[in-house]
Design a protein around this ligand. Structure first.
Ligand code: DGL
Length: 354
């Protein structure tokens, strides 16, 4: 065989091996679908509000983005089909168990969760505290229904799958990926009722960007998450009853009285300013603490820490403070804390750790 044929044969053979090797390197990403606008449909292609969320199944979402197969070996499972304002503790427990079960599979490299945007930040933070794996978990949604011109769901889903299959996302905690940005579960918040850039991590900052399917991280979360947390929901069928009361001018105790009467074991109070409490509210919360209900002071203000012993003598009333967690995320951490301890000092440690 002359040299030319030998060289060609070698080139063909090596490119086949390389091609097979590259094809074999594609990560396996499982998409767990829960509903939301990303699966929503409107009556016309210009309907971007007043559509119906949670209509399109996971197989159709995947089929609508054939480019997914370029970045990962993708499969899907429909876990629920709901608008996310209706997400409950029970949904979270089922989803967390499904995520942990899926990530235990040796053939799975990462998970994407499609989800309504209204409570993405809460589901993300809950999973950030209870997923027991360093493999990527990326939650994705859309602000425009799948039927709309320039729907953002397909590109968001493509980016989320690329991120979930990437080595860069390993060990970064649960991530939220919309609008080409990577947000950390602890600090992300929905900041606008309708625009596609609604998810931000105000003041503390996003973690990075996704550019043509490639994740670029510039920052990492400093608080413990996933494999490094002390919370385990694998054997739980329910979570402690914790509700949020909202502070304003003319504040009264109607809401906290109702929570106490309903048997709540914890109350998060979203105070004005730095978690400030109107006098009758402070008095009633102090009484409820003495009766054994755990009280966490947070703030209705979107940025900055609620500081211990600032607007209230927390040492004296035995309250905890939410640090920079929003009221809705403080509720999640207080629920999980109460699955581990009733000791206020231990609970406060958890608010400074996660
Ligand atoms: N119903 C809201 C939800 O499911 C729609 C918002 C959205 O998904 O973007 O969260």
């Amino acid at each position: 065989m002359n040299l030319a044929i030998k060289t060609t044969t070698l080139l063909v053979l090596s490119s086949f091996i390389a091609g097979t090797a590259i094809a074999a390197e594609k990560p396996k990403v499982v998409i767990l679908a829960t509903g939301g606008t990303i699966a929503g449909t409107g009556n016309t292609s210009t309907t971007t509000v007043g559509y119906t969320a949670a209509k399109i199944g996971v197989d159709a979402l995947i089929a609508a983005v054939p480019e997914l197969s370029k970045v990962a070996d993708v499969s899907g499972e429909q876990v629920f089909q709901i608008a996310s304002e209706s997400m409950t503790n029970d949904h979270w427990l089922k989803l967390a168990k499904k995520v942990n079960e899926t990530l235990k599979r040796k053939d799975v490299d990462g998970v994407v969760i499609t989800h309504g945007t209204d409570t993405i930040e809460e589901t993300a933070y809950f999973l950030n505290l209870v997923v027991k794996s360093n493999k990527p978990v990326v939650i994705v949604g859309a602000m425009r229904p799948a039927t709309a011109i320039s729907a953002d769901g397909p590109i968001n889903l493509y980016n989320a799958v690329a991120l979930a299959g990437s080595k860069e996302a390993i060990g970064q905690g649960v991530l939220v990926a919309l609008n080409d940005e990577i947000q950390g579960a602890r600090d992300v918040v929905k900041t606008n009722t309708m625009t596609t850039n609604t998810f931000r991590s105000p003041e503390l900052g996003s973690l990075g960007y996704i550019v043509s399917g490639k994740p670029n991280f510039y920052r990492a979360s400093t608080r413990k998450h996933t494999s490094n947390t002390e919370f385990d929901v694998s054997k739980l069928d329910s979570l402690p009853a914790v509700n949020i009361a909202y502070g304003s001018a003319n504040a009264n105790t109607l809401a906290i009285d109702a929570f106490a009467a309903a048997g709540d074991v914890g109350i998060v109070y979203a105070g004005t300013g730095n978690g400030s409490l109107a006098a009758p509210v402070r008095a009633r919360l102090t009484e409820l603490r003495q009766k054994g209900i755990h009280i966490n002071r947070s703030s209705r203000i979107s940025n900055g820490p609620t500081i211990r012993n600032g607007e209230n003598n927390d040492d004296k009333t035995d309250f905890t403070v939410a640090d920079t967690l929003s009221p809705q995320k403080a509720r999640i951490l207080l629920m999980l804390a109460l699955t581990k301890t009733k000791d206020s000092q231990e609970i406060q440690r958890m608010f400074y750790t996660y």
